[in-house]
Design a protein around this ligand. Structure first.
Ligand code: FAD
Ligand code: NAP
Length: 339
């Protein structure tokens, strides 16, 4: 089955920054066959293809001279038991947060700390999404992808995904595989991760002393709603920079000058610095140039006040990078995928 293609489509509703660039061609895929058909037609016409989900980790800096393939497949299911775990699976186009809520409603634990992350199931492995001390690699049970080089379906194991901090084999080889569905191995009994940021404190404030997975999810949702701008109100792509990993020696040099630096040991000779702290310390919090800015509460988040272009947001990000390098000797890496 071939889905309809549209020509010259604005991508504004398809990226959470709300950037108004257009796609030369646009189509949606609800099934594996539609993905295959779209790729085959694009290849015939010698067109590049950009696969998107919820558009919540994109910075679109120009019109996209390609076929934009929006993953719209739906479906989620319990596959069965694997030891003391339950394996569930969802199609790539399933919205992430409702999928997490569905898993909790089945009585399964493991995804609760990843509540309220925007986007789709299929994009989650791209950067091994993580929040509040949990990453998908912790509960990952496999995925099925279409290899665009061979045209074959391939199942990936945990090791084959080569997950790292906001990183994976998929992120390092952009465009090579279309992720079709993802599997997770969850627990029936709660394995709580509460030692991160304000989670335990929030549960305590809510009077919850013996939390369920759903209560942890609710607490995390309430923290996130307070701290993060909702893309429906203010365009953004979440954290714009990754937290940098630096040598212990550099972290200590910075601490000598700035005793308040937020740094977490990573084992071995590395420390993770909070990029948000560095940016705030450098005076960027709340900065605004035209419609491109740094969020007033969360300096890791760049925002579009309305008409900012991707190029303006990118220019702002480059200025911040250069300033942080000069002040602290630390290189910040951008997290969203730039096109
Ligand atoms: P898109 O932005 O559509 O795509 C991202 C990349 O994946 C692109 O390169 C695209 O080509 C590729 N891609 C998409 N789908 C597929 C597919 N099926 N197969 C192959 N490639 C594909 N991230 C975190 O890790 N933790 C957080 O806590 C978090 N919080 C956020 C909060 C806010 C308010 C926002 C706006 C973003 C946040 N993010 C967070 C970033 C983002 O939500 C995640 O990275 C999410 O997984 C992106 O999903 P998406 O469907 O929107 O991907
Ligand atoms: P936060 O709780 O204010 O913490 C600031 C930074 O310190 C975070 O970036 C986090 O790193 C790190 N941190 C906090 N407690 C830690 C601990 N116990 N051990 C190691 N590192 C710790 O952060 P926030 O901005 O409000 O975000 C909360 C969580 O949601 C974080 O995990 C963050 O990554 C995630 N989040 C991600 C995005 C995104 O777009 N990627 C957007 C919003 C929120 P880590 O980021 O490495 O976890």
């Amino acid at each position: 089955m071939t889905a309809q293609w549209q020509e010259r489509v604005s991508l504004k509703p398809f990226n959470t920054f709300g950037i108004d660039v257009s796609a030369r061609f646009f189509t949606q895929a609800h099934t594996d066959d539609e993905v295959r058909a779209a790729l085959a037609s694009a290849a015939q016409r010698e067109l590049a293809v950009l696969v998107i989900g919820g558009g919540s980790n994109l910075l679109l800096t120009q019109d996209i001279d390609a076929l934009v393939l929006h993953m719209a497949s739906r479906g989620r299911r319990v596959l069965g038991e694997q030891g003391d775990r339950v394996v569930i699976e969802a199609e790539a186009g399933e919205p992430w947060h409702p999928f997490v809520q569905w898993s909790l409603a089945q009585g399964f634990s493991g995804l609760e700390n990843l509540s309220l992350i925007p986007g789709t199931v299929g994009a989650a492995p791209m950067q091994n999404v993580g929040a509040y001390g949990v990453e998908i690699k912790d509960v990952f049970a496999g995925l099925t992808a279409l290899d665009r080089e061979t045209g074959e379906l391939r199942d990936f194991t945990l090791d084959e995904c080569a997950f790292g901090y906001r990183d994976s084999v998929f992120k390092r080889n952009p465009g090579r595989w279309v992720i079709l569905r993802v599997r997770f191995a969850l627990a029936r009994a709660l394995q709580a991760h509460l030692d991160y940021g304000p989670v335990r404190q929030r549960l305590h404030e809510q009077g919850v002393e013996q939390p369920t997975a759903q209560a942890i999810s609710d607490a995390i949702c309430s923290i996130r709603r307070e701290k993060l701008p909702d893309p429906l109100d203010l365009g953004n792509a979440g954290s714009f920079f990754k937290n940098p990993l630096v040598s212990v020696a550099l972290a200590e040099q910075i601490r000598a000058r700035y005793p308040g630096v937020v740094a977490y040991p990573q084992g071995g000779e590395q420390m993770k610095l909070a990029a948000g702290w560095l940016i705030e310390q450098a005076g960027w919090k709340g900065y605004r140039d035209g419609d491109a800015g740094v969020h007033r509460l969360q300096s890791l988040v760049l925002v579009n006040y309305g008409q900012a272009t991707g190029a303006q947001l990118h220019a702002l990000a480059c200025k911040i990078q250069a300033d942080i390098l000069e002040r602290f000797g630390v290189e910040l890496e951008m997290e969203p995928n730039l096109y």
